[in-house]
Design a protein. Structure first.
Length: 137
């Protein structure tokens, strides 16, 4: 078991600005605790903005551009960062993009993906809808 909590947040952006969904994911990472790294793919301007987000300790910027957000390429970048930094948590917004590559990352790391959380109570306790969204667990 890891002794040090740390989270990797994969930034969503429009090539100019960090999207609000990324800010929500960083807020969730803050509730988990530990260091927070943000991975920005393809935009130095967004990386600079990400470095100003409260709670972010490190910004990783991959200058490569990924046409259309190809899941296989994003997965490779996320796994490379994981290999270098051994994060205890990898977080991504529950967007089409995140839902496209997150299962691949989880499968490659041989871990369970916890999807669509609506709250964080601690490093291993999350709230999410169950029973077709009719109840929270």
């Amino acid at each position: 078991m890891l002794n040090h909590k740390s989270s990797q947040v994969i930034a969503e952006h429009d090539s100019t600005n960090v999207l609000p969904s990324t800010l929500a994911v960083v807020a969730a990472a803050k509730k988990i605790g530990g260091d927070i790294s943000v991975l920005v793919i393809g935009s130095e301007a967004v990386a600079k903005e990400a470095s100003t987000i409260d709670g972010v300790t490190t910004v990783l910027n991959s200058p490569s551009t990924i046409d259309g957000g190809i899941a296989e390429q994003i997965t490779q970048l996320v796994l490379a960062a994981q290999s270098d930094y051994s994060y205890s948590h990898i977080l991504v917004a529950a967007s089409n993009s995140g839902k496209n590559f997150a299962p691949r990352v989880a499968a490659k790391l041989d871990v369970q993906q916890i999807s669509d959380i609506t709250g964080v109570s601690g490093e291993d306790t999350f709230e999410r809808p169950t029973y077709a969204g009719n109840a929270m667990a």
